[in-house]
Design a protein around this ligand. Structure first.
Ligand code: SF4
Length: 739
């Protein structure tokens, strides 16, 4: 028996796990009582991880050897690794030589480890000379990145989980925390039990399990968050509830914002958002820390927010409008107060740190900044980093569908199910000359489009680091050897890069000197290189060696190298909270108010498409079910797909509960049972995002098969963050005529 300390691979809570093995197999998974994110707790997904790594799953679902799929047919024929990588390097180099490096595109994942992310970005931006590398985290949190940068000056969540215990008002917006971040929600429940006076406001068009337990549920119309937040500020100004001393000392731009919210009267907010003026007043009072007479209570407000704000064509504005409220009330930089975005994936944050998005560079540098490009080029030892903006997720697949991107390298993600506007994604994957899918699971919808399948390691096999929502870096450690011929993601990227170097910079020392034969040593070398890029930056982690993480456990950034040796026995401590001194990482040290205005969703309801469809998570499933779908007991909570519709709408359309219906948008359709549910308001509908083609027939408008609910969703994205609007699609719902 052995026990390995590692991290859960599912969500951004980042729970520590203890993996028990008998030498050959995982026998159990327990919550790590010493991990600060979960203190020993696990949710249903985390506590059943060991059952998703059984020999049966290995045989049935895992990809265990490289496979070449001639004509993209069938499972393909096995190929030796050297031949597979030689072939891949030749095809990429030939396409880049004939059409330029921007004919290549990489699409990676928030489930990769930080080390994987780092090497892939160095490969694309440093060696190949293209910024066409984006990640499925674009679908998850890029609006949070843009919102933080626009207001606070850096992509850094200023709060931490402990703030849940100190807050007097929890303001949860666009997050079904009870299902999407269950262990954090347990902490919320515990805090509420310990502090009966703590208020919880939930902003969500749906009456989710989280909303069900709120003191106040603001069931706004989809996409009207900015109007709500601006209306709250309007009320704060009217009532004199802003913190004028904080505004004067630490911010700029308040006058422009005041002018912007002048017309956001309670009556207007009630009209646009569909809520009662009295509820607006109550939420505003609680947020601003005022009693029933409007007198200050000293109460602290913590906002928790996620995809309801992020997955929107005005995602950046929604984030900024909420942060405006924190700045206007001084609710930031102290225990229990701050705007705290929750990350969906286990390492969306780590990807941000290494510049793992098409518009970013290492250590929170901006691609658009020539000084930042020069710094990174010098660090990597390459002549330059290209200035041409990289294509973000939706743009990348649109470019491939148009023929501008000719090769797609997809690692640890399933865009043929998870990307919006599946008809375009399908065209992109079909049209691309060369598609490589680097995956642990060989059964994904995307694998069906691959020329070359490369087997990757996954949870319980990998070594490296991840960062959770509260900026806490944890080690991921292997409990089992890699199965079959699977290799670590960074090893595959390094071995590909070294082959490309032989053509692109022959005779020069490699830029990728990582020891691929010794996974621990190689990954640690990458980590150390990444750490060095952060020196002097807002997220400085030069003080966090792997030895430090091993000795002192998970740590939050920033955590710079100490200028003098720490006294013996003193632990390394990263920053629990940011901006405690009121100084922000902007040119003048002041936070910026963003004078944003509400605008409607990209595709409003119409007579032809009269329902607002929202997609979202189930409690016990994860993404496209590659892992959770292998385990029967995780279907006990919700056993089959359905579209939830309000009973009034069922009656109005003469549908009955359980009837098979076709849900149709301007782009495609799916067929599934309808379920009467008061969790959605009239004219709204909800379908869980997880169900793929095995469960849910999806069709494009011209009848081509597509995987899952994203047959319906639109390609519209936020102009600031390029994050797609997965939270709103105009659809119609019609009965299916059965023979
Ligand atoms: Fe894993 Fe998230 Fe559940 Fe924690 S809350 S056990 S990180 S899925």
């Amino acid at each position: 028996m052995a026990t390995t300390r590692s991290t859960c691979p599912y969500c951004g809570v980042g729970c520590g796990v203890l993996i028990d093995t008998d030498g050959a197999h995982i026998t159990g998974v327990r919550g790590d009582p010493e991990h600060p994110a979960n203190h020993g707790r696990l949710c249903t997904k985390g506590s059943t991880l060991h059952l998703t790594a059984t020999p049966a799953v290995l045989q049935q679902a895992r990809l265990l050897q490289p496979r070449w799929r001639a004509g993209r047919q069938g499972p393909g024929t096995p190929l030796a690794w050297d031949a597979a990588l030689d072939q891949a390097a030749t095809r990429l180099a030939d396409i880049a030589q004939a059409h330029g490096p921007d004919a290549l595109g990489f699409y990676v994942s928030g489930q990769l480890l930080t080390e994987d992310y780092y090497v892939f970005n160095k490969l694309a931006k440093g060696l190949l000379g293209t910024n066409n590398i984006d990640t499925n985290s674009r679908l998850c949190m890029s609006s949070a990145v843009a919102g933080y940068k626009a207001t606070l000056g850096a992509d850094a969540p200023p709060a931490c989980y402990e703030d849940v215990d100190h807050a007097d008002c929890l303001f949860i917006a666009g997050s079904n925390t009870a299902w999407a971040h269950p262990v954090l929600y347990r902490r919320i429940e515990q805090a509420r039990a310990a502090r009966p006076g703590q208020r919880m406001v939930v902003v969500d068009p749906r009456r989710t399990d989280t909303a069900e337990q709120a003191d106040l549920h603001l069931a706004i119309q989809p996409g009207t968050d900015v109007m709500l937040f601006n209306g709250m500020l309007h009320l704060m100004l009217w009532e004199g509830w802003t913190d004028n001393a904080y505004i004067a000392a630490h911010t700029t731009g308040f006058d422009a914002l005041k002018a912007r919210v002048r017309d956001c009267t309670p009556a207007e907010v009630a009209r646009v958002c569909g809520i009662a003026e009295a509820d607006l007043l109550t939420a505003t009072r609680w947020f601003a820390g005022r009693d029933a007479d409007g007198q200050p209570t000293g109460g602290r407000t913590l906002s928790l927010y996620c995809q309801g704000l992020n997955q929107s064509s005005s995602g950046t504005d929604k984030n900024a409008a909420l942060i405006n409220l924190h700045l206007a009330t001084g609710q930031i930089g102290r225990p229990g107060a701050g705007p705290f975005s929750l990350t969906g994936q286990p390492n969306a944050m780590g990807g941000r740190e290494v510049g793992g998005l098409a518009n970013l560079l290492s250590a929170h540098r901006d691609l658009a900044n020539p000084d930042h490009r020069a710094e990174v080029a010098a660090f990597w030892g390459v002549p330059s980093v290209p200035a041409t903006p990289g294509k973000t997720a939706v743009e990348l697949f649109e470019a491939a569908a148009d023929g501008a991107v000719r090769a797609l390298w997809i690692a640890c993600t399933n865009p043929a199910q998870s990307m919006p506007d599946q008809a375009t994604v399908r065209r992109a994957l079909e049209r691309a000359e060369f598609v490589v899918v680097q995956e642990a699971f060989g059964t994904t919808a995307t694998a069906r489009y691959a020329d070359l399948l490369l087997p990757a390691t996954t949870w319980a096999e990998k070594t490296g680091t991840v960062t959770n929502s509260e900026r806490r870096i944890s080690r991921v450690r292997p409990a089992l050897p890699a199965p079959g011929e699977a290799r670590h993601d960074w090893v595959i990227a390094t071995q590909l890069a070294q082959r490309l170097e032989a053509r692109l910079r022959p005779g020069l020392p490699t830029l990728f000197p990582y020891d691929t034969a010794n996974a621990d040593a190689g990954a640690e070398a990458i980590w150390n290189e990444h750490r060095e890029t952060t020196r002097g930056r807002d997220l400085d982690i030069t003080g966090l060696s792997w030895a430090t993480l091993d000795r002192h456990g998970p740590q939050q950034w920033p955590c710079p190298e100490p200028t003098s040796p720490a006294p013996a026995g003193q632990p390394v401590v990263g920053a629990a909270r940011l901006y405690t001194d009121g100084v922000f990482p902007t040119s003048d040290g002041r936070a910026r108010f963003a004078a944003v205005a509400w605008r409607p969703v990209a595709e409003p309801r119409s007579a032809r498409y009269p329902f607002s469809l929202t997609t979202g998570r189930l409690r016990d499933q994860w993404h496209g079910m590659s892992r959770t779908g292998t385990l029967g007991r995780l279907f006990a909570h919700v056993p089959e797909p359905c579209v939830q519709v309000h009973p009034q709408d069922l009656e109005r359309r003469r549908l009955h509960d359980g009837q098979l219906v076709q849900v149709r948008s301007a782009r495609g359709s799916v067929v599934l049972p309808v379920q009467a549910s008061t969790s959605v308001a009239p004219t709204q509908a909800f379908i869980a995002m997880h169900w793929g083609s095995e469960y849910l027939g999806g069709r494009s408008a011209d009848g081509q098969p597509l995987a899952g609910v994203n047959a319906l969703t639109p390609p519209a994205f936020c102009p600031g963050s390029k994050q797609p609007e997965l939270k709103h699609t105009a659809v119609r719902i019609d009965p299916v005529d059965l023979p």
